[in-house]
Ligand binder design. Structure first.
Ligand code: PHE
Length: 503
């Protein structure tokens, strides 16, 4: 039998009685593991070799983990120092113990937070009390560190490894281990004799520059042989969906807005008739900038008209807030909490000049909120902002627009709930049903801008507007239950690699 060089070598190095790992073969043959793997898969496809795959976990120490294995875990060092100083009888001052244990910098916090957790004692008003019966010799995490260093970390107790991983002291990686054994057909082939075919398996720079590629014989590709999975780059599903949303809205006659992520409160709130003492304008909810702290340029006339609307309202029997309105407050810079700031910039004429009805604009852009992270909230997310400016708009137009928009994503059962926004009247929240849990989740907020918003902007027709959450749309389309699977530091790479595009 004639085989390409790599396959012949792997066949000869494999054994019928003992399975050999790809790594061992690669070392013995002085070949790369990738070349051996490829040859093994090709031989397997011809029935000459069995390839066995095993998912393995490997555990290794991080730099910090190695350091603590040398010097002891900070909490263990604190405990030993405490017992030496008699803290198992009487509390001893922490400063003294830290010195004795040689702990400083970040190790101090680490020692303190793990000391109590592991039952080594208590720390109260700066004094340490050591638990007399604690036993640092049987510290499970220290033992697991030793096991990992000795190379048999995968045998260490799972909860100790979990704790070490959370502390950043060990790294756990999954890998696929492949090993091969000769099949009967492989043994027969070897006995009958294997010749190395004089073929070239891969084009090299040498072959190209010397021109030798013209004369050599190339190995046939076996496109049916199994192969290692190579994950190429791929558009993130969130970006993919954002682009689809843009296409849909452009298809519905909308133009795209763009503008700053950091903006003046004037554009984010004041132009929207949000009172300056509104709870959402406190430092709790927004990410304020300290440098630069304020915007230099605001259109003066507009500032004056917005100020008057806040104080007195608009129209003959208008009602304002009658509370002070501070221009400096309006100039403060923050990361935008919604993209309605862009709508204000466009509607005011500031972005692209004065606009005559009818007009339709949208953006699919990031917004930032100081929320508590959970399955449906992130500190930053994408908002699908949009507005339509026309004579005589009604709630029907608003609902119809959403029905048309969401139906393009296969979502046909959205629900509306009356809502309150300082800047729209009437206002509606939108809800959709989660395809997996059946739960009704909020997907957006909308309304028709109030005269108090439109009049200062110099607009005398109707404007309906909305902000929809892109991530929530994604949840409805794909059935994701935890938004952190899709983005953020904990996202599930496997899911992102394999998720199918929904059409
Ligand atoms: N800004 C609102 C959405 C919205 C935009 C425009 C009009 C009405 C509502 C939000 O972030 O929830």
């Amino acid at each position: 039998m004639r085989l390409p060089q790599a396959q012949a070598a792997v066949l000869e190095a494999a054994s019928a009685t003992e399975s050999r790992t790809v790594e061992a073969l690669a070392a013995a043959l002085d070949e790369s593991p990738t070349a051996v793997t490829r040859a093994a898969f090709e031989l397997a496809d011809d029935g000459l070799l069995d390839v066995e795959e095993e998912e393995r976990e490997s555990v290794s120490l991080t730099e910090e983990g190695a350091e603590y294995r040398e010097s002891g875990l900070p909490e263990v060092r604190l405990y030993r120092a405490a017992v030496d100083a008699g803290a198992d009888d009487d509390p001893v001052s922490m400063g003294e113990l830290l010195g004795a244990a040689g702990l400083d910098g970040p190790a101090v916090d680490i020692a303190l937070s793990n000391f109590a957790r592991k039952g080594y004692g208590r720390i109260e008003s700066g004094a340490v009390e050591a638990a007399p019966d604690a036993d640092p010799e049987s510290d499970a995490e220290a033992a697991a560190l030793d096991a990992v260093a000795a190379g048999d970390g995968t045998d260490a107790p799972e909860d100790a490894l979990d704790a070490l991983e959370r502390r950043g002291l060990v790294r756990r990686e999954a890998s696929t281990a492949r090993s091969v054994t000769l099949t009967d057909a492989g043994v027969t082939a070897l006995m009958e004799g294997v010749e190395v075919a004089d073929t070239v398996g891969a084009l090299t720079p040498d072959l190209l520059t010397s021109g030798a590629w013209r004369d050599v014989e190339f190995t046939e590709y076996n496109v049916e042989a199994d192969a290692e999975t190579v994950h190429g780059g791929r558009e993130h599903i969130l970006r993919q969906t954002a682009n689809r949303v843009k296409d849909v809205l452009v298809g519905m006659g909308f133009q795209e807005m763009e503008g700053p992520h950091v903006d003046a409160d004037f554009w984010i709130n004041d132009a929207l008739f949000m009172p300056q003492d509104h709870p959402a304008r406190t430092h709790w909810d927004r990410f304020a900038l300290s440098d630069p702290r304020r915007i230099d340029h605001l259109p003066e006339d507009l500032v004056e008209r917005v100020r008057r609307a806040h104080l007195e309202g608009v129209g003959e029997d208008g009602e304002g807030y009658h509370s002070p309105w501070d221009e400096e407050f309006a100039r403060a810079l923050a990361l935008r909490g919604h993209t309605t700031s862009l709508s204000m910039r466009y509607l005011s004429g500031d972005a692209v000049g004065d606009l005559e009805p009818p007009q339709r604009y949208f953006s699919v852009e990031k917004v930032y909120r100081n929320d508590t992270l959970d399955a449906t909230h992130l500190l930053e997310f994408f908002q699908i902002e949009g507005w339509v400016m026309a004579e005589d708009l009604s709630v029907r137009d608003l609902m119809g627009t959403f029905e048309e928009f969401y139906s393009q994503f296969g979502i046909t059962d959205i629900q509306f709930k009356p809502h309150y926004n300082p800047y729209t009247e009437p206002s509606f929240e939108l809800f959709g049903r989660h395809p997996e849990t059946g739960e009704i989740i909020e997907i957006g907020n909308s309304g028709i801008f109030r005269p108090e918003v439109l009049e200062p902007l110099g607009i005398d027709c109707d404007v309906m507007a909305w902000g929809l959450a892109l991530e929530r749309l994604l949840m409805l389309m794909y059935g994701f239950e935890d938004i952190r699977d899709v983005h953020g530091t904990l996202c599930d790479l496997d899911l992102l690699r394999t998720v199918e595009v929904v059409h």
